[in-house]
Write a new protein. Structure first.
Length: 278
């Protein structure tokens, strides 16, 4: 049984490998060539920051959310812009869904919902909160991120592909193993399948500061364990390593915890409401 499950998980993972690598090549190219320009756009206007942040957050990689955390810590962007990026970030989840030909309908709904959630939430927050001020430059913040270091475009794409494929294989295997051992009905009850409270759990999983959490949420959705609303809630709260960088670079831990709670609260609220729509 173990060998069969491992082979099935490996085959499912290998199907996504070329799509993930090509996508990461493209994303790394954009990040290497246009990152500074995008960062300037994000910090250019209080009213344009949230919509722009929501757009760039949709790009499936952690670079922009990590940069946004550092930019906010230095006062270069507003709180609304930061949260618009965090809420719209889809990380590896979008790439995994794109690699499945039968999930294109899910992809466009996810992108549309996350853009609207990020944009509207960011604009509302910026209406009530003032932007922090700082004289620090962009290079200081980029150096503290440590996402790429001295990696070339190709090696960075290979690295991100590997750290995506590895947890994808592991979670695919263990989800299959758990469902085989305990049965589909018990597994569904553990993740609150069919419960209106599932977004509370998926949003909590999404807060785990690692791309593995978005992979887990996506695999649970593909296996039928998560509803679309719960997947959306979990991916709204998921922002890769951005929260870790925020706690590292922003000296006010009280403010950092407040941002974390706001992010979780918005994600849960959105997931809870959308359960009755989708």
């Amino acid at each position: 049984m173990i060998l069969d499950l491992a082979i099935d998980a490996l085959l499912d993972t290998l199907k996504t490998l070329p799509f993930l690598f090509i996508a990461f090549i493209f994303m790394e190219f954009c990040e290497h060539k246009a990152a500074n320009r995008i960062n300037r756009w994000l910090s250019s206007s209080k009213f344009l920051g949230a919509p722009l942040g929501a757009v760039f957050g949709l790009i499936p990689q952690c670079g922009f959310s990590a940069a946004a955390a550092n930019l906010y810590a230095g006062g270069l962007i507003s709180l609304g812009t930061l949260l618009s990026v965090l809420l719209s970030t889809s990380d590896e989840a979008l790439l995994i869904l794109l690699s499945r030909g039968d999930q294109l309908n899910t992809v466009w709904r996810l992108l549309l919902c996350k853009f609207l959630i990020g944009c509207i939430s960011g604009l509302i927050i910026d209406f009530f909160y003032a932007t922090k001020k700082s004289t620090k430059d962009m290079h200081t913040f980029c150096a503290s991120c440590g996402c790429h270091g001295e990696r070339s475009l190709l090696s960075a794409a290979l690295y991100h592909t590997f750290i995506t494929v590895l947890p994808l294989f592991i979670f695919t295997f263990f989800i299959g193993l758990i469902m085989e051992l305990i049965g589909t009905e018990v597994f569904s009850s553990l993740i609150l399948n069919g419960s209106v409270f599932q977004p509370f759990l998926s949003s909590l999983i999404g807060l785990i500061p690692n791309c593995a959490s978005s992979v887990l949420l996506t695999q649970l959705f593909l296996s039928g364990g998560l509803s679309f609303a719960s997947l959306l809630a979990g991916l709204c709260s998921n922002s890769g390593v951005a929260l870790l960088l925020l706690f590292k670079s922003n000296p006010s831990q009280k403010e950092n915890f407040s941002i974390l709670l706001i992010l979780y609260g918005i994600s849960v609220t959105v997931g809870f409401i959308l359960q009755f729509i989708f």
